[in-house]
Write a protein that binds this ligand. Structure first.
Ligand code: ATP
Length: 233
């Protein structure tokens, strides 16, 4: 049971197309590519290193893969990359190549460019050249691990902004056997209960006030982080 990160309605790029191009097939690029491919999307993977291109094809991590230098606008054009609605620039360790590639894509009018940054300054530069979304996978993974270690009752967490989140938490022991109405989550904690989940891995959205909560169930709440922390304490 997991609150899907696709809930990302603030950072949502509104992609309705089923095609993605991934530039850079390092560990991150391969992970993005193979997950999209596994989900049934049409993925074109590219890398300057032909061994990686061959690996991605032989291990079926993308439907198509070609070797090219993404700092060359002509190479991108000939490969049809400018026709994609969403392109992921997964080049974290080569600053210059990452920036030039992103610039090439935006200058050619690619609507949605998602770029991986390895440092804050790298991220700022990517934004300056037009990246629509910048991701920091290592930093995000580190934050998530720290949260999981320190707040084990939080099953999943989605940041709306720095002060507000939607979290999926285990129903606290002291809530066991109470109805939603009895708990008065909004007046006592300032939190909105969006859904409750039972062991059969299904969520009940907008649960009724007379619904009883049991420990072991999951609940999805929306609110300010300080109020969520009060609930967890
Ligand atoms: P990791 O593999 O540790 O996750 P990463 O995903 O940040 O790191 P990088 O080391 O940044 O990966 O490299 C990503 C890929 O980008 C490499 O496979 C590299 O060959 C490729 N790459 C670098 N420059 C270019 C370029 N000009 N054109 C196409 N691919 C490139």
């Amino acid at each position: 049971m997991s609150l899907r990160r696709s809930l990302n309605f603030l950072g949502n790029l509104g992609n309705t197309s089923h095609q993605f191009a991934v530039i850079g097939l390092g560990r991150f690029g391969r992970a993005v590519s193979s997950e999209l491919h596994r989900m049934g999307y049409d993925v074109l993977g590219t890398d300057i290193d032909e061994k990686l291109v061959a690996q991605v094809l032989s291990q079926r991590m993308a439907a198509h893969a070609i070797q090219l230098d993404s700092t060359e606008p002509l190479a991108l054009k000939e490969a049809g990359i400018f026709e994609f609605d969403t392109v992921i620039v997964a080049i974290g360790n080569y600053l210059q190549q990452s920036i030039i590639t992103t610039l090439n894509l935006k200058e050619a009018g690619v609507p949605h460019v998602v770029a991986k940054a390895s440092t804050e300054i790298h991220g700022k530069l990517l934004e300056r050249v037009g990246a629509d979304r910048v991701v920091y996978p290592e930093a995000e993974a580190g934050c998530n691990l720290a949260r999981a270690l320190t707040r084990p009752s939080v099953l999943d967490n989605f940041d709306l902004d720095p002060e507000h989140s939607i979290v999926e938490v285990l129903v606290p022991e002291e809530f066991h056997g109470n109805t939603i109405a009895e708990l008065q989550l909004r007046s006592r904690y300032g939190l909105t209960l969006l859904a409750i989940g039972s062991e059969d891995k299904h969520f009940q959205i907008n649960p009724l006030p007379n619904q009883r909560l049991d420990k072991g169930m999951a609940m999805v709440v929306l609110g300010a982080n300080k109020d969520i922390n009060k609930l967890l304490d």
